[in-house]
Design a protein around this ligand. Structure first.
Ligand SMILES: [Zn+2]
Length: 223
C-alpha cells in the first residue's frame, strides 16, 4: 500500500506516520510561512530513520493569502498563550490536502493520512475550535476530490486519527510504545524558540495529553 502522510513534525502526525513505517510511505511536510521552523527537521529525521520518502512543499510564496490576522503567519503578531481564533490558519488542512491529493492521485498513492484527532474537534462557543479538523470536513473533501477526478479510475482515501476514533493521548501512547526517541523530538510549539515554550495553546495541549496518556513527558520546555 502506498501511503502519503501529511506530517508537520508534531506528535499527532508523527504518531500516525509511525503506524505506516512498514508500508511504502512518503512523508509530506509544508512550509507555508509559519514561525515554527523546527517542525520539518523532525519529519526529515523520521524519514531518514525509517527509509521513507520525503517531500517538502514550500508554499511560502502564498503567505500573503493569510492576511494580517493570523498569529502563526504574521511576523508582527505575537503568539498568545491559550486558544484564540487567530491561531487557526484558515483552511490550512484544505490547502495541504489539495496539494497532497494531486500528488497522491498523480503518483499512485492509496491513502492520505493526517494527525487530526478527536481533541481537535472540541467546541468553543458552539463552533468547532478547528473547523477544518472535523471528520465531516474530511469526508466532504474526499467526496469532492472523487467528483473532480475521473470516475472509477482511482480513489484516494483520507484517513485521520479522528476518523479512527483516536484522541491525542492515544497517539502519544502509540508513539511511545513504537519509538519513544522520536516522540520526545516532536515539535508542537507555535513559536520558533530554542526549546518549546510550554505556554502557547499547542504546548499546553501537549503537556495535558502526556499527563492523560500516563506517559512521562521528556520534552524540554522553556517554562
Ligand atoms: Zn509553545
Amino acid at each position: 500500500m502506498k501511503v502519503l502522510v501529511i506530517c508537520s513534525g508534531g506528535l499527532d502526525s508523527v504518531s500516525m506516520a509511525l503506524r505506516y513505517v512498514e508500508e511504502e510511505t512518503t512523508l509530506m511536510t509544508f512550509y507555508y510561512g509559519q514561525k515554527a521552523k523546527k517542525e520539518s527537521e523532525v519529519v526529515k529525521r523520521l524519514a531518514d530513520k525509517y527509509h521513507l520518502g520525503f517531500e517538502q512543499m514550500d508554499i511560502s510564496s502564498l503567505k500573503s493569502i493569510f492576511g494580517k490576522e493570523n498569529q502563526l503567519t504574521n511576523d508582527s503578531a505575537t503568539v498568545e498563550d491559550g486558544y484564540k481564533k487567530s491561531v487557526v490558519v484558515p483552511l490550512r488542512n484544505a490547502m495541504f490536502l489539495q496539494v497532497a491529493m494531486i500528488y497522491a492521485y498523480s503518483n499512485g498513492f492509496d491513502k492520505i493520512v493526517l494527525g487530526s484527532h478527536l481533541d481537535d474537534c472540541v467546541l468553543v462557543d458552539g463552533e468547532y475550535a478547528f473547523p477544518d479538523c472535523s471528520p465531516a470536513f474530511f469526508k466532504a473533501f474526499e467526496m469532492a476530490m472523487d467528483m473532480g477526478t475521473f470516475r472509477g479510475e482511482k480513489h484516494v482515501k483520507i484517513e485521520t486519527a479522528s476518523l479512527l476514533g483516536l484522541h491525542k493521548k492515544d497517539l502519544i501512547q502509540f508513539a511511545n510504545a513504537k519509538d519513544p526517541d522520536i516522540l520526545k523530538e516532536t515539535w508542537s510549539c507555535y513559536k520558533n524558540g530554542e526549546h518549546q515554550c510550554g505556554v502557547c495553546d499547542s504546548c499546553r495541549n501537549r503537556k495535558a495529553a502526556f499527563k492523560e496518556a500516563g506517559v512521562v513527558d521528556k520534552t524540554e520546555y522553556e517554562e
